[in-house]
Design a binder for this molecule. Structure first.
Ligand code: CA2
Length: 146
């Protein structure tokens, strides 16, 4: 079983819970991250969740590289807007060969056409979109049992 899971959130997701609650809900990123950490701790088998948020593409890529060196066995990622633009994040995930789940709070397929394409989906173990904050909970649960 995977012992170390990394939860990555991309640009603007630090604003969760503060604005646009009708779209993104009322849960803060801090609460989402703490819930993921608690999920791992409740397993009582030494599993851990590390968390990272950045508004900068290169920092996300650097963190994925570090994850490989740090023994992370699974990544849960909401790359935010970079989902639809970033070959670099795709290449980092493929280059490290860490299995990952792509999460979106909203159902991107009900939104503007430019959100329908993802540079990550075809390489993800799974894609979760539209379940709100519960999408993270379910992805972390899967990752911890992987
Ligand atoms: O649905 C998702 O989780 C998205 O990844 C969110 C991104 C968007 O660009 C993707 O297409 C879908 C945007 C994150 C913005 O987060 C905010 C949260 C609260 C207030 C304002 C923005």
């Amino acid at each position: 079983m995977v012992k170390k899971v990394l939860l990555i959130n991309g640009p603007n997701l630090n604003l969760l819970g503060t604005r646009e609650p009708e779209k993104y809900g009322t849960t803060s990123l801090k609460d989402i991250e703490q819930a993921a950490i608690d999920q791992a701790n409740s397993k009582k088998n030494g599993s851990e969740v590390e968390v990272f948020q950045s508004n900068t593409e290169g920092f996300i890529i650097d963190r994925i590289h570090q994850a490989k060196l740090g023994g992370v066995g699974f990544v849960v990622i909401n790359a935010g807007a970079y989902t639809h633009t970033s070959v670099g994040i795709r290449d980092a995930l493929l280059g490290t060969a860490i299995p990952f789940i792509e999460v979106h709070i909203t159902n991107v397929h009900q939104r503007e056409p430019f959100r329908h394409h993802s540079y990550l989906s075809d390489k993800a173990i799974a894609v979760i979109a539209g379940l709100g904050a519960y999408g993270y909970t379910s992805a972390i649960e899967y990752a911890l049992n992987y």
